[in-house]
Write a protein that binds this ligand. Sequence first.
Ligand SMILES: [Zn+2]
Length: 215
Amino acid sequence: MRPRVRGGMVRADSDPLEAAVNPDLNPELSNRADGACELCGAAEQLDAFPVPPHAEATAEHGVVLCATCLGQARGDAELDATHLFCLQGSAWSEVQAVQILTWQLLHRLPGEAWALELREQIWLDDAARAWAEAGLKGAAASEDQVAVVDSNGTPLANGDSVSLIKSLDVKGTSFVAKRGTAVRNIRLTEDPTHVQGKVNGVTIYIKTEYVKKIG
Ligand SMILES: [Zn+2]
């Protein structure tokens, strides 16, 4: 903590020391961090950050960060490799959430040889590794996503229109959705082999191999 500045007039509502720690911080987190950023040790403007993909900064899933580290962890600020040298310390934290956030940040510094080397030294058990990887934004996550495509291999998205390339019996109804029927404003479903759309006012699930994108 910085020593209190003497002499100046400090209004209670703007006292920087009072404002340094977010009063809503989870008390367990606050005790653990002991007034310092868990990545770099800075003592100012501390706030809790839930380590992705977790959304709540509980004692288990949260870490206490200073404003500089918080901006970088959130992705609001460009990663500053020089500031992130602090990860060389936090990599050895006894707190799992701190180690995982450290791993995730190191992963976002692909151009830095030291970051790659350090990341390989962080030992995570299977569950921790799954957490760490699940929280990575962008590329890694989307690579795993299966693309939804029509019978020609054209990608399908929510809101697209398709036509049926085959007449289909609609389960649970007496009608047949005829070949050539246009289905507008389709929705993707949990299952990449099916899309959802309305035919004759009835919402049906259609196999993507039986549709062709028309717009
Ligand atoms: Zn920090």
